[in-house]
Design a protein around this ligand. Sequence first.
Ligand code: AFP
Length: 298
Amino acid sequence: MDAINKIIQELQKAAVQVANLLQKREVEYTHGSNSSGDNQLKVDILADKLFGNILSEIGIKGFASEERESAVIFYDNDNMYDTNQEIPMQSLLVGFDPLDGSSLIDSNLTIGSIFGIYHSEFIGNKLLCGIYFLYGPRLEMVVARDKKSLHYLYNYATHTWDFIQEFALQEKGKINAPGGTQKEWFNGHKKIIEGFFQEGYRLRYSGGMVADLHQILCKGGGIFSYPATKDSRKGKLRKLFEVFPFALIFENAGGEAIDGQNRLLLLDTKSIHETTPCFFGSKREINKIIEGYKKISL
Ligand code: AFP
């Protein structure tokens, strides 16, 4: 089994445990907040520990979590592993958001866990694999690697992850999922979003990016946006833990992922908690965003 498959297998076991944890209505907050300033639920911390413990034991180079201030690095010397081996475990880094959308837990909406497996460095163009688990009425998983985005269902009777489909977005979809507080949107952005609605796109937005992006993938297309806003010029969503894994998932599915102009996976990353404006969708919608953003000065 290759190193990436081994990591996926371990994450699958932890995701089943997280799904079990979520069967209780865990809505208690801790007294702290994470590096992005979000209040932490106790279950955020539990999920972070579960995934963190598993990742500490499999021999990867290190990991970084949205819930932790700094990355945890086990092997700091890239020369120490056998370079004849194709992708050694000790060269892999995992960036993850243990429970994305956890503010939706009290209302029992679908949330998820997101992972990116990076080769040696935490940057977009070193992302080898993007994964998310979806805790909804069913436990599901999507894995993007080797130019494919594959969708699986967990079978509680057989304890297996059964293949459902390979995602393939159409040229155009029907869904518009616009993130951010509208009062803080720039006028140019507002115009683009309204343009989609005038064309007949339907609003679908839960406030949890895993469910919102999963819906676009399952329905064959559409657009999800989380823009630069007047109060947050760099958007809200974190590059390593949320944006890059979904960018790979959308590109592999035949869609696109940009920051308004540039491919998200080509963006530089200077610190692990950096955020960026982001747009994920099918080709036609992304072209509309690029055209619209050419006319906007933020
Ligand atoms: P929480 O994990 O704090 O619930 O945030 C979820 C999230 O990071 C992402 O999943 C959503 O798409 C986005 O925030 C929603 O943000 P807005 O409520 O500002 O639209």
